[in-house]
Design a binder for this molecule. Structure first.
Ligand SMILES: [Ca+2]
Ligand SMILES: [Ca+2]
Length: 404
């Protein structure tokens, strides 16, 4: 299939301006860069009423919903990456197989609030980019949000998937807050940390194979006046202290994975796969827990949930595939959401939601009929919320079910 050749080049080649954007998009929903066939199956919204038994739709018509969080008054908030826009620049060709693509920009990202009365965009006009064209597929914008219930402040992780130089040279001024941690102020936002510039200055994973300057903030946790961020491009966990100082808490290293057959490498050959952290949450034990998507070749079973405390990083759970989000329930259960249970390289692969009990027992909660799920959030009663159709423009939904 045509998309596979492009995926090979984008997965292993290191050349070209803004390729990192495409690679990050491939990691986090740029399905076209992985497989054109996959786009037709996971990028298209599931028809209304098609959710698995037990799930109800509580919000619909969303633009690439990426994360769920509780607001100060218990309202459900959804980060939407948007739909790109009409301001486009052509991206350089990546070789003979590259049919060319455009990077399109618009102020279409934001946050929607869901209450018993319905859904409403409460924060609008934030930057969104997509590489697929004006129709705006695979958008990047607001990727994650977290309300600090101690200070009352809400923070957003603005994705990028590029270097700060690429951002500043290719995008309009309004795009300059991509790659930032921002704070919600009134009906707008205020940038508090340029995470992409931090990546360019520090490149914390420079000791890892395949390292490059690439920033794509994907997960944020705001707690006790501090913020913790995972950078899916930078492969690290960053901390912003109460004084605003940024530091690196952990680097998540690459692992050697079997080379896919289509690379035609010698038998037994391996290639380095990046960790690609997607979310950071606070555990009931006071430690931080981080999920890994894992990068190309998206090996089945190679994604882990990691645990960080002042002594360093340990593995909490392993054997997952392309984890996109995690959340703890009130009983200490950890819910693990896989974007593609058969790997992002599989032409068709739905998601899977697994509960890991406090005793370590695992139970699959849902493994059928989850089209491109991007977020899981647990309610006070142990009930569950999911975002699905997470790259779909106007087709994103939030689903809810009672505690399993
Ligand atoms: Ca989340
Ligand atoms: Ca780096």
């Amino acid at each position: 299939m045509a998309g596979t050749a492009a995926a090979e080049g984008r997965g292993v080649d290191r050349q070209g301006i803004f390729m990192s954007a495409k690679r990050s998009l491939a990691r986090l929903g740029g399905v076209a860069a992985v497989s054109a066939a996959a786009l037709t199956t996971v990028g298209v919204p599931v028809p209304a009423g098609a959710q698995p038994p037990g799930w109800e739709v509580v919000a619909s018509g969303l633009d690439a919903p990426r994360d769920l969080a509780w607001g100060l008054d218990g309202e459900l908030l959804v980060a939407e990456a948007g739909r790109g826009g009409d301001t486009c620049v052509e991206l350089p060709s990546e070789g003979p197989d590259d049919e060319g693509s455009e990077l399109c920009f618009g102020l279409t990202s934001g946050v929607t609030e869901i209450t018993e009365d319905g859904q409403e965009r409460v924060l609008d006009g934030l930057p969104s980019v997509s590489v697929a064209g004006p129709a705006g597929e695979e958008p990047i914008g607001v990727e994650d949000l977290s309300t600090d219930h101690w200070t009352g402040e809400t923070y957003l992780a603005m994705g990028l998937g590029a270097t700060p130089e690429e951002r500043d040279s290719l995008l309009p001024e309004a795009g300059s807050i991509l790659g930032h941690l921002v704070r919600v102020v009134g009906d707008g936002v205020e940038p508090v940390a340029d995470l992409a510039q931090y990546e360019a200055d520090q490149n914390p994973d420079s000791g890892e194979p395949g390292s490059e300057v690439d920033s794509n903030p994907e997960g944020v946790l705001a707690v006790y006046g501090q913020q913790f961020v995972v950078d899916a491009g930078g492969n690290d966990l960053l901390h912003r202290g109460v004084d605003g100082h940024l530091s690196t808490l952990a680097v998540f290293g690459a692992t050697e994975q079997p080379a896919p057959p289509f690379l035609e490498l010698p038998p037994g050959a391996t290639i380095p796969a990046q960790a690609v952290p997607t979310e950071v949450v606070l555990g009931p034990d006071g430690a931080l827990y981080v999920s890994e998507l894992t990068g190309f070749p998206f090996t089945v079973g190679s994604a882990k949930v990691l645990r960080w405390d002042a002594n360093g990083v340990t593995t909490y759970a392993e054997g997952f595939t392309n984890i996109v989000d995690i959340d703890f329930g009130p009983d200490g259960s950890l819910y693990v959401l896989e974007l593609a249970q058969d790997s992002l390289l599989a032409p068709e692969s739905g998601g899977r939601l697994t509960r890991i009990g406090p005793d370590g027992d695992r139970e699959v909660v849902e493994d059928e009929g989850l089209p491109f799920p991007t977020s899981v959030l647990v309610g006070e009663e142990g009930d569950l919320y999911l975002t699905v159709n997470g790259v779909a423009i106007g087709g994103g939904e939030v689903w809810h079910r009672s505690a399993p």
